[in-house]
Design a protein around this ligand. Structure first.
Ligand SMILES: [Zn+2]
Length: 458
């Protein structure tokens, strides 16, 4: 490894030059006007992968933006196959006037490189390309079998990727999926994300009388769907933040001791958090810290509520209908289908006979977890410790990364989320940047990671 790391250290300047070229493509996936830029960016990656010695490099068209694939499979059948995922598309750049330098002309200021896509996710894609290159240049081989899939639609929900993976299951077959598209915990806290929350999104429609009524002529004698709906919502959670749906918590995977201790040792400042949100008190499930509430516990939130008269002035109406959208963030091993069923049964049970209710599921996403004791996570842990000179912390994500679940379901491969961004690098905002020390240490870490993975049996 020493030679490889020396090679990486001596290539520092060149890596930055190459990253700047990659960052110059305005590959904004949501803008139809940038379709050609997105395609050209895919071609840039193709050429780059060929130049570093990857094989079977191909740009696969989809119904939307292309997927770039490449592999190098000569490590031998005894070595694991590692599928590395990243994306080359970026978020839009507006408001443009809030950028200190143009978003597609990367500029280095201090320790950071500023450009759209620097942290999310081109910088992280480049990290893997350079780690692969270092092995292939110095050793003429990679310690593991590597497959790369770099998509162009992550920022628009990876709309065609699931089909692509389903159609190319054999091509993508792997023992582990490595996703570098997340952030570290903080500047001095390199991290491994090992779990994501899922989602179950519902809509409730409450119907009262067959038409809007005059609240003077009918008010007091007929139930009001808005009042009834407010009562239903109030009964979904108690004042200690506990969700009251029968069986809701039954399938939650209990936290292990290491997990609990790890979260406890992470610095988190509730006072700063409150200040940043301008709230006097936080609210969440009783008995859990803020980080536990964000990462390890499910939620139930009303996302929208409407009905009746909402215009200016006063209209004395007793409305016929009322609606609410309610979402639940789920944790492993809660299943969205089952939660939808439990939610529906419970809401029917608590709905008064004075109104009718109809309940629809709008969106599902499964939660995901790769146990921190797994050999893949241990290998990532050892690599970060060597690459950053510091033990990483284990973190979870409060949100969802649907692609993780897609990989797990279709390829039956565990995922390791190895992120080199920082939480305050303005991904999706003006002045997006990436810390160049993390970029460099990321390349070293990734190159070590392939070596550590090679020590594992497949
Ligand atoms: Zn991303």
């Amino acid at each position: 490894m020493k030679e490889i790391i020396n090679f990486i250290d001596s290539s520092k300047e060149r890596y930055i030059d190459e990253l700047i070229k990659f960052l110059a493509y305005p590959s904004i996936s949501t803008n139809p006007e940038n379709k050609k830029d997105v395609e050209e960016c895919a071609l840039f990656i193709k050429q780059h992968l060929e130049s570093i010695g990857m094989e079977n490099v191909k740009v696969y068209p989809t119904k939307g933006h292309p997927v770039v694939y490449a592999d190098w499979l000569h490590a031998g059948s005894g070595k694991p196959v590692v599928l590395i995922y990243g994306h080359y598309d970026v978020q839009p750049v507006d408001p443009l006037d809030l950028w200190t330098s143009p978003p597609f002309a990367a500029e280095i200021r201090g320790e950071n490189i500023y450009a759209r896509g620097s942290a999310d996710d081109k910088g992280q894609v480049m990290i893997h390309m350079k780690a692969i290159e270092a092995h292939l240049k110095k050793n003429k081989s990679l310690p593991v079998n590597v497959k790369l899939i770099i998509e162009g639609e992550e920022e628009i929900g990876s709309i065609n990727l699931e089909d692509f993976i389903a159609e190319h299951k054999n091509l993508l077959k792997a023992d582990v999926v490595v996703i570098s598209d997340t952030a570290m915990y903080d500047k001095d806290f390199p991290a491994i994300s090992y779990a994501l929350r899922g989602l179950c999104y519902m809509q409730i429609e409450v119907t009262g009388p067959n038409r809007d009524l005059h609240s003077g002529q009918y008010g007091g004698a007929v139930d009001n769907p808005i009042n009834a709906l407010a009562n239903i919502i109030a009964k979904l959670k108690d004042d200690k933040g506990r969700i009251l749906i029968d069986g809701f918590y039954d399938d939650i995977l209990p936290r292990g001791k290491i997990e609990k201790e790890n979260i406890e040792k992470l610095p988190f400042d509730d006072i700063k958090y409150k200040k940043s949100l301008e709230v006097d008190e936080l609210f969440g499930e009783d008995g859990y810290s803020t980080l536990e509430r964000l990462w390890t516990r499910p939620t139930l939130d009303c996302n929208g509520i409407w009905g009746g008269f909402t215009g200016d002035g006063a209209k004395t109406v007793l409305p016929a209908k009322a609606y609410a959208k309610i979402s639940m963030r789920l944790v492993p091993n809660q299943q969205p289908d089952k939660i939808e069923k439990l939610f529906t049964e419970y809401v029917k049970k608590i709905t008064p006979k004075t109104v009718k209710v109809s309940i629809n599921g709008l969106h599902h996403g499964k939660p995901a977890i790769t146990p921190i004791e797994s050999k893949w996570i241990r290998a990532a842990f050892d690599s970060i410790r060597q690459g950053f000179g510091k033990e990483p912390v284990f973190i979870r994500e409060g949100g969802s990364i649907p692609i993780v679940v897609t990989f797990q379901e279709l390829l039956k491969a565990p995922a390791v989320l190895l992120g080199f961004g920082l939480p305050d690098e303005n991904a999706h905002s003006p002045d997006e940047h990436m810390n160049l020390n993390n970029f460099h240490k990321g390349i070293i870490t990734a190159s070590i990671f392939y070596n550590e993975l090679a020590k594992l049996n497949n």
